[in-house]
Design a protein around this ligand. Sequence first.
Ligand SMILES: C[S@@+](CC[C@H](N)C(=O)[O-])C[C@H]1O[C@@H](n2cnc3c(N)ncnc32)[C@H](O)[C@@H]1O
Length: 229
Amino acid sequence: MKQGLVLDKVVLLGRTLDEYRRYFALDLEACRGRAILDVASGVSSFCAEANQRGMRVTAFDAIYGLPGEEISRRCGPDLDHVTDAIKDLKTYRWGFYQSPEHLRGFRERAYQTFLEDYREQQGKRYVPGRLPELPFADGQFDLALVSYLLFVYEDQLDYEFHRQSLLEIMRVTRGEARLYPLVTFEAKRCSHLDRLKNDPALAHLGFEEVRTDFEFLLNSNFYLRVFRR
Ligand SMILES: C[S@@+](CC[C@H](N)C(=O)[O-])C[C@H]1O[C@@H](n2cnc3c(N)ncnc32)[C@H](O)[C@@H]1O
C-alpha cells in the first residue's frame, strides 16, 4: 500500500521563483545575466519572474505547443486534485506552507503569472519539446534546473528515460545542472539515483547531493548537483 501521493500521470503544477530559490539554494544576484534552462518548467512562474529580474531563462516543456487557453483549462483541475489528495498525507511537512489553502495560493500565483508571460512569449522563451531530447545547442546554458519531473515520478519514468535525459541536459549545459527533489512521492530516495551515479555512460559526470533548509515533501531537503569532472 502506497503511503504518499499517488498520481497516474505527470501533473500540471507550477512553483514560484521563491520556491525554486529554496529548492535549489539559488543566489539570485549571482544568476543575473546568466543563461538558465528550466527543464519541464510547465506552469511555473520561475521563467517569467526570473526574466523580470535580469536572468536569461528559457523554459522547456512538452505543453508549450499548446495555446494558453488550453493550458489554462488544465491548471485548475490538476491543482484541485493534488491539493485535495495531499492534505491528510503523512508524507508532507506543513511548516512553510502552513495549510492547503496557503499552498494553493502559491500555485495559483505561479500559474497566473506564467499564463500572462506565456501569452507574449510562447515560441520565444517558452520552447516546446519532449525529454529525453532537447532542441538546444551544445553548451548553450550556464545552468540547467529540473524541478519535480526526474526522480519524483519514478513510477512513470523509467531508468533509461532518466539516463538519456541527464546526458542530454548536460550536453546543452556548459556549467552545472541542479535536479530536485531526489525522492519519490513516497518520500523515499529514488532508486534511479545510485544507478545513475554508477553508470559507466555517465562516468564523465560528477554528482553532489547538496542539503538545503527547505522540506515540504518529506526528505526533499536535498538537490542533486551534476557537473563535468
Ligand atoms: C509537476 S510539473 C513541474 C513543473 C515545474 N518544473 C515546477 O516545479 O513547478 C511537471 C512538468 O513536466 C512536464 N513533462 C512531462 N513529461 C515531459 C517530457 N518528457 N518532456 C518535457 N516535459 C515533460 C509536464 O508537462 C509538466 O509541466
